[in-house]
Design a protein around this ligand. Structure first.
Ligand SMILES: Cc1ncc(COP(=O)(O)O)c(C=O)c1O
Length: 393
């Protein structure tokens, strides 16, 4: 069987039926049928790559085949955004009267989708502390259909025990689903721990260049067919061009992520020693309270760090966080993550109103918290950038 780096270049290339070495962009909304019978066949086929764009497209099929391979799943479906993937994946599992177990900490829009949207359609969600295995089991009800986890979680970088969740789901006949965006399949393969459904915001590490939005859902072929049927009605197809960009980005996924892992670990070590940095949450640091669990289920520790700037009170922490943001030259103050360029954001400003705290529904972000997405620039320049920004404080 081909190794990961080879799959990144070649998996799914049979969807390129042209002589072009690089799959062309199939920039068309509709496809010719030879006759009325083949038209009827294409209309009825699941994920037909050549019928009508909402049903499928060769670029989308190639990207999906490749990501399914990386995630060790039978099949996958690419969609227009990470949120299209999260919402469609969940809507393919639950109906009114069902119950979901999720975490206190998730990407903010995933939380809003569960708390506001699903609730209006009669689907209940119980949120638990992801660092407490027993809390997941205690939350199980007879109508629980799905356990949804995110690890490492956005933005606080807590870890969920995947082996425990995989077993818990199997024991109780409940589907398990993970948002694997922060880790990427280079650093974490949840299927190895029995997780059934894997979603990504492919906008992040999978695309890797901050030039597209995309999402992907991976799972069994039978489940992906259900997701596809939902997606036909919800309509969030990934555009051929974005799909092509995703394929191009995926070719270098392993190289990018390994460099990012290395840079982030070095930056985390440097920041941890700086007197103005109160805490550095990075799952690769021994000081991370769940480092041992991270080592067990991850092969690399990602480019995501959450750092808290010190200060005598909220006001001083906020002032210093602002000064760092404006003092940095290479870390751009922008939303999103996982690209080749380093980015930094202030979670309290961005999501304060949406995100739940660890043990409740109140925003829990410190005013001094900064979320860092480390890129592939030279590590000496990245450290010098922080050194310069912290010097003036
Ligand atoms: C962990 C995680 N999941 C899902 C999403 C949603 O992805 P998109 O913005 O592509 O819809 C994001 C976006 O930041 C994210 O960080």
């Amino acid at each position: 069987m081909a190794k990961l780096e080879t799959s990144l270049i070649h998996e799914g290339e049979h969807f390129n039926t042209t002589k072009s070495v690089v799959t062309p962009i199939f920039q068309t909304s509709t496809y010719l049928a030879d006759d009325i019978d083949s038209f009827a066949q294409a209309a009825a086929a699941t994920k037909s790559p050549e019928f009508y764009h909402r049903h499928g497209n060769p670029n989308n099929s190639q990207a999906a085949a490749l990501i399914a391979k990386l995630e060790k799943k039978e099949d996958a479906l690419v969609l227009a955004t990470g949120m299209a993937a999260v919402s469609t994946a969940i809507l393919a599992v639950v109906k009114s009267g069902d119950h979901i177990i999720a975490q206190n900490a998730h990407y903010a829009a995933s939380l809003t989708f569960m708390r506001d949207f699903l609730l209006q359609y009669g689907i209940e969600v119980t949120q638990v502390d992801q660092t407490d295995n027993n809390a997941f089991e205690a939350a199980i009800r007879p109508n629980t259909k799905l356990i949804f986890v995110e690890t490492p979680s956005n933005p606080n970088l807590d870890i969920t025990d995947l082996e425990y969740i995989g077993k818990l789901g199997k024991e109780h006949g409940i589907l398990t689903m993970i948002d694997n965006t922060f880790a990427s399949p280079i650093n974490q393969v949840p299927a190895d721990f029995g997780i059934d459904i894997i979603v990504h915001s492919a906008t992040k590490y999978l695309g890797g260049h901050s030039d597209l939005t995309a999402g992907v859902v991976c799972g069994s072929a039978a489940y992906i067919e259900k997701v596809w049927r939902r997606s036909l009605l919800l309509g969030a197809s990934l555009s051929p061009f974005d799909s092509w960009l995703l394929l191009r980005g995926l070719k270098t996924l392993a190289l990018r992520v390994r460099q990012i892992n290395e840079n982030a670990l070095a930056l985390a070590h440097w920041l941890e020693k700086h007197p103005l940095i109160k805490t550095v949450a990075y799952v690769g640091l021994e000081s991370h309270p769940q480092h041992e669990l991270a080592k067990k289920q991850m092969t690399g520790f990602t480019g995501m760090l959450a750092i808290e700037v010190d200060g005598k009170d909220d006001a001083e922490q906020f002032e210093r966080a602002q000064a760092i943001l404006s003092g940095l030259k290479y870390f751009h103050n922008a939303v999103s993550l996982g690209g080749v360029e380093s980015l930094i954001t202030h979670p309290a400003s961005m999501w304060g109103a949406h995100q739940s705290g660890k043990n409740g529904n109140q925003p829990s972000f410190s005013k001094g918290l900064l979320r860092v997405s480390v890129g592939i620039e030279h590590i000496d320049d990245l450290i010098a950038d922080f050194e310069g920004a912290l010097q003036g404080l």
